[in-house]
Design a protein around this ligand. Structure first.
Ligand code: CTP
Length: 407
């Protein structure tokens, strides 16, 4: 999608087994439209060769401050001035210690020190053994570099190259890519607490059967990701879907509409924005059999009675928190026809300031969609695009409508 188009990233590698992941990271950054200049420490070159990194980045790798290729012989100045960000991945324990001390006796730490702090951010992706990670010296150094303005990304937890298991693995290339994209996203929802529902609900008939629908959850998950990238603290209440949780998003899995309502009501009190994308089942079986309903051989089919499920969006929109204006509620409407008329009526019926209409058959399970935004002022179309782009556009539209941000 070229989400990093126009960005120039200095990708620094310090010594660690995770250097092998930096090769893939380099590829992924370039695939998203960034240009990448690789800088490697001597230790990094023990783990992966500059040949690989040059081939992947399409640029000669820098590894020495005495490199005569630069006409002014100042690679630390030239490289750091060009960058939109410096990303050190992997960032070893030793490299963190060097940054904390402001050392400058090899090119990578030298250019980190020489960068113009106010316009060239420094992102660190630590990678080390769990004991090294947990050591007070490392934690002290990390706190110091964060205080000095670096962004320290999280570490993963799991099997380590040394055979031990724990914290300290470098994030995977795709996770780092998400972090870099998030880093560059304008923080239009900073300070907001966003609650999103997504996916279908599953209404059990008996322990092995139930009623559900074709909602994939993709739109809600894309919105949760975009809101987090825009700086919000995001909780995602998800029905049964097999989608990966967006980075940095708190996910609560639920099954039925009633489960979803309980989870939402618990979190809504603290939220400032509620976005209901879930395709909640309108009805559930009036009784849920404890045991599997069996055929009795008579040819008779079971008679199922239904009761209506609670309307989660309407319930939240009518809560005191929303009525006094502390919670901005956004509803979705999946319609099959007359989108504008139905969406307008539904906005009023649900009592929400913004309702997002879409055509059900054109969106369920798809990767793209088109949206119709309806509010008190009128309506506006967001033309067909990927759900990722629509989610980003919707987040911007919501941010514009938040009272606190308009002031
Ligand atoms: N919604 C909800 N709880 C329900 C039903 C719907 O929170 N029990 C929310 C959906 O998440 C969506 C909006 O209400 O944001 C509209 O959902 P939709 O299914 O289109 O509307 P319904 O209220 O079911 O209306 P109708 O069936 O008449 O189209």
């Amino acid at each position: 999608m070229n989400e990093l188009a126009g960005k120039h990233i200095v990708l620094g590698l310090s010594g660690g087994v995770a250097c092998y992941k930096a090769a893939d990271l380099c590829r992924q950054l370039i695939k998203e439209g960034a240009t990448v200049q690789v800088v490697m420490t001597e230790a990094a070159m023990q783990f992966i060769t500059p040949v690989t990194m040059q081939a992947l980045s399409g640029r000669p790798v820098h590894g020495s401050q005495w490199d005569a290729r630069e006409p002014n012989n100042m690679p630390h100045i030239n490289l750091s001035r060009e960058a939109d960000a410096i990303l050190v991945a992997p960032c070893s324990a030793d490299f963190v210690a060097r940054l904390a001390q402001g050392r400058a006796d090899e090119l990578l730490s030298l250019l980190c020190l020489a960068r113009p702090q106010e316009r060239v951010p420094l992102l660190l992706a630590p990678a080390m053994n769990r004991e090294m990670w947990a050591h007070p010296a490392t934690q002290r150094n990390l706190a110091q570099v964060a205080q000095d303005g670096a962004t320290v990304l999280a570490v993963g937890n799991g099997d380590q190259a040394c055979g031990e298991t724990g914290d300290g693995r470098m994030l995977e290339p795709e996770e780092l890519l998400e972090e870099v994209i998030a880093f560059f996203t304008p923080k239009v929802l900073a300070g907001q607490k966003v609650l999103v529902t997504a996916g279908p609900t599953f209404e059990a008939i008996d322990p092995v059967r139930g009623i559900t629908n074709h909602s994939s959850g993709k739109m809600g998950f894309a919105i949760a990701r975009a809101a987090r990238e825009a700086g919000a603290e995001v909780t995602l209440v998800a029905g049964p879907v097999h989608l990966a949780t967006p980075r940095g998003v708190h996910r609560i899995n639920v099954q039925s509409a009633q489960n979803m309502l309980e989870a939402v009501m618990q979190k809504a009190q603290r939220a400032s924005v509620f976005i209901a994308t879930a395709a909640v089942a309108d009805w559930r079986p009036a009784t849920q059999s404890e045991q599997k309903i069996k055929k009795d051989g008579s040819g008779q089919t079971p008679v199922l009675g239904f009761v209506e499920n609670p309307d989660i969006l309407a319930t939240v929109a009518q809560s005191q928190h929303a009525l006094v204006g502390d919670l901005f509620c956004v509803g979705f409407a999946a319609e099959s026809h007359d989108l504008l008329a139905h969406a307008t009526a539904k906005r009023q019926r649900k009592g929400v300031p913004l309702l997002v209409g879409n055509l059900g058959p054109a969106t369920f399970g798809q990767d793209d969609n088109a949206l119709l935004l309806v509010d008190a002022q009128g309506h506006r179309e967001l033309p067909r695009a990927s759900k990722r782009i629509l989610a980003q556009q919707l987040v911007a539209e919501i941010a514009q409508r938040l009272p606190a941000l308009q002031a």
